[in-house]
Write a protein that binds this ligand. Sequence first.
Ligand SMILES: NC(=O)c1ccc[n+]([C@@H]2O[C@H](COP(=O)([O-])OP(=O)(O)OC[C@H]3O[C@@H](n4cnc5c(N)ncnc54)[C@H](OP(=O)(O)O)[C@@H]3O)[C@@H](O)[C@H]2O)c1
Length: 243
Amino acid sequence: MSRTVIITGASRGLGLSLTRRFLQAGDRVFGISKTQQYWKSALATIPDHKNLSFHVLDLTKESQVLKFVRIFKVKASRIDILINNAGYGGRLMRTEDHSLNEFERHLSVNLISAFLMCKYFIPIFRSQKQGMILNISSMAGKRAVPNLAGYSVSKFGILALTQAIAKENTDVDLKCVTVCPGGMNTQMRSDLFGEEDAVKQQSTDFVADKIIKIADGEIPLASGSDIVIRHNKITAVEVPPNS
Ligand SMILES: NC(=O)c1ccc[n+]([C@@H]2O[C@H](COP(=O)([O-])OP(=O)(O)OC[C@H]3O[C@@H](n4cnc5c(N)ncnc54)[C@H](OP(=O)(O)O)[C@@H]3O)[C@@H](O)[C@H]2O)c1
């Protein structure tokens, strides 16, 4: 049966690979990006996009998230999967060289955006008594990366958000899982570590395939777990401690 999926950061990188995969599976996708800049090139890579709607909003702004929730409720009767994937990598810099603005930008784009989407979609999931939230973190959310303090802090925060949501929703069939990819060949990686490094990383299609298997239940994970997908392999699955 066709599912309704929301994917943030859908215009490029991992979000675009996920969008393609879910559409191929016959699902309906609401894709979110900050700008329209990459839509044309994104659509050119999707053979059949009749079940895709793109939405431009800044996920760090609560008013814009609320506006999207209102639009979504008019257009869709239920949500099956929410994937909080939008992210900001920034530039490599020592902790003391981060401006407050830069540090806050990491928290806003990588963590608060996911919090806002969860805040406004959990009540819908709970009213259905069913659904799945997949929060995209990073290897940098499992062990901090030097010169990426703001990014690492925001990605550690994603694991905490997932665990709290999982523990708060044991009374319904709402599963919340964190996906921690290792490096992927995207603009974010290239901006951080250069093009030569980026092309050596795993592809977004590989990671997207594994995420689809999680969504399909082919990779069974307990709610609150995190899974590491690194160097073209699943290298770890961790279940959250209960106490
Ligand atoms: N690339 C890696 O090596 C790597 C490794 C581990 C984890 N990750 C994580 O995987 C996820 C995807 O990364 P990626 O490399 O595919 O990213 P990317 O290519 O840089 O794409 C980022 C996406 O997020 C959207 N976005 C950014 N800020 C936004 C905002 N405020 N509101 C709405 N949308 C916003 C962008 O929209 P526009 O196109 O309009 O700018 C774009 O669609 C991120 O969470 C990232 O941290 C990446």
